[in-house]
Design a protein around this ligand. Structure first.
Ligand SMILES: Cc1cc2nc3c(=O)[nH]c(=O)nc-3n(C[C@H](O)[C@H](O)[C@H](O)COP(=O)(O)OP(=O)(O)OC[C@H]3O[C@@H](n4cnc5c(N)ncnc54)[C@H](O)[C@@H]3O)c2cc1C
Length: 466
């Protein structure tokens, strides 16, 4: 079988690449091609000409040089979780880091070195063995690399900061196929850009993070109320969070209760509002601080309990598995005003799909402690970040669910104050500029002119050089 993807490849160049490449090169027709081209979001269905599964930094360098020589459009993939599907392309090359999984913890120095193919759950397991943590996202199968270069928000950020706030250095293969290190001391301009500027400047092959003490037991889990009560729950919540210490990390979720543990059978399918908690401190202190919120109204479910941090990190995994169809659009709001609450609940009550759930992360705390211009990340001053999303298990009903998610995002538009770059769809150049703001966008663009003047890395939330 021959396709456009197959005929576009320069056979001599592929032959040369094969001679030095240590990982796997997979082409259409090869065993495993269909498996390897899949990404987390099954609504994305693209057929690259070549998938270069790199086993070393040398492989990444070779793959970049090959793509430059042959002029192939290039996608960079680590965990494959891009909400917009930007880590896979038609007819081009996917430079895939999934085989690069080395993790090395130095418990004395409280640092960890992790390669670009590491997933969040793998990192947590390695660091929690020493009671240490890098704050990151809330689903274990998310890729560390894509999450970090966008910023990294999650269950311990208000205590410790964003994932990028822990970054000490990064090893990067640039658009020229050169290897460079970025840190405060080496290439500080690049170091600024990769902390929030996404995949615009190169492929990170390894990250070095500082570690923070946590757990291994934490007080964490969901408390849920009937969704009709959400206007009251959210109004109580918005007062409560003004009083709580930075150890308190919460995410509000509206959805229909899933048919999984710990949800009792009689709640399955019912519209609920959930406050997900994680107390990044002593369990006893957490019990005291969380009490008013969990005692508010009459929760239908209270599964907030002491548990290992790694168990808590996996709690949301069943609700966001590989292979369903997803659509998300992100936006930040300054605060949960009456209008924001009422708009949110009004839409949430109309959720049809039992797979749809959308998070509202509470920001602030250590996230807001850093200056807005200190890193390329935008949104440190926002109060909450929404990821308006719909999901279905198959194509059935997906279009309707996507429209519903768009509707929620549109309805919140008067309250938008920005967005988290990792929660953007494949949107316009204007939207990317708007999200970064003029100053940061211009600085990113200058950096792009230095490190990637041809816009080789353009399948991302792109900041073109011109
Ligand atoms: C189920 C789920 C849960 C999520 N939860 C959170 C959360 O709690 N907190 C949060 O902050 N985000 C979260 N996200 C968003 C997540 O941060 C982004 O989707 C991120 O891009 C995922 O990284 P990845 O490596 O898996 O992505 P991939 O799809 O592999 O890559 C996405 C993009 O990242 C860039 N990229 C990937 N690898 C590299 C690399 N090695 N070097 C440079 N650039 C690279 C490329 O531009 C690529 O297009 C979640 C996403 C999903 C699907």
């Amino acid at each position: 079988m021959s396709t456009l993807a197959e005929t576009r490849l320069d056979e001599t160049a592929v032959h040369e690449l094969r001679r030095s490449f240590k990982g796997e090169l997979i082409r259409l027709g090869d065993a495993g091609y269909d498996h390897r081209r899949k990404v987390w979001n099954a609504s994305i269905d693209r057929r690259p000409a070549l998938i270069a599964r790199c086993a070393s930094v040398g492989d990444v360098v070779e793959a970049v040089r090959f793509a430059r020589r042959t002029g192939l459009i290039t996608a960079v993939r680590s965990g494959g979780h891009s909400l917009a599907g930007l880590s896979v392309c038609d007819d081009g090359i996917v430079i895939d880091l999934a085989l690069m999984k080395e993790i090395s913890v130095d418990p004395e120095a409280r640092t960890v070195q992790a390669q670009g193919g590491v997933l969040l759950g793998e990192l947590d397991r390695a660091t929690q063995a020493f009671g240490l943590v890098v704050p990151a996202g809330i689903v274990t199968h998310t890729g560390l690399a894509g999450l970090t270069v966008g910023g990294g928000i999650g269950w311990t950020m208000r205590k410790f900061g964003l994932t990028i706030d822990q970054l000490l250095s990064a090893d990067i293969v640039t658009a020229d196929g050169e290897f460079v290190r970025a840190s405060d001391a080496e290439n500080p301009d690049l170091f600024w850009g990769i902390r929030g500027g996404g995949g615009n400047f190169g492929i990170v092959t390894s990250f070095k993070f500082q570690l923070n003490p946590l757990g291994p037991m934490v007080l964490a889990g969901p408390v849920a109320w009937a969704m009709e009560r959400s206007p009251d729950v959210m109004r109580f919540y918005r007062e409560w969070i003004t009083e709580v210490p930075n150890e308190v990390n919460t995410i509000i979720i509206h959805r229909r209760a899933p048919a999984v543990d710990p949800w009792p059978k009689q709640l399955h399918g019912k519209h609920v509002v959930i406050v997900g908690f994680c107390y990044a401190g002593e369990v006893e202190e957490g019990e005291r601080v969380l009490r008013p919120m969990r005692q508010f109204g009459s929760p239908l479910l209270d599964a907030c309990a002491p548990m290992p941090y790694v168990a808590h990190q996996a709690l949301f995994d069943p609700g966001l598995p590989w292979g369903w169809r997803y659509y998300y659009r992100g936006c930040d709001v300054a605060e949960l005003t009456d209008e924001v609450i009422d708009t949110t609940v009004d839409h949430a009550l109309r959720i049809r799909s039992p797979k749809t759930s959308f998070p509202i992360f509470h920001l602030g705390g250590a996230v807001a402690r850093r200056g807005d211009q200190e890193t390329a990340f935008s949104g440190r001053r926002a109060g909450h970040t929404f990821n308006c999303g719909g999901a279905t298990e198959t194509a059935d009903g997906f279009d309707e669910e996507r429209e519903w998610a768009r509707g929620l995002w549109e309805a919140l538009k008067p309250h938008h104050v920005g967005a988290y770059v990792n929660f953007l769809q494949d949107e316009s150049r204007e939207r990317v500029r708007e999200v970064y703001g003029a100053d940061k966008y211009n600085r990113l663009r200058s950096l792009k002119r230095i490190y990637d003047p041809d816009n080789f890395f353009r399948l991302n939330q792109n900041v073109p050089p011109d």
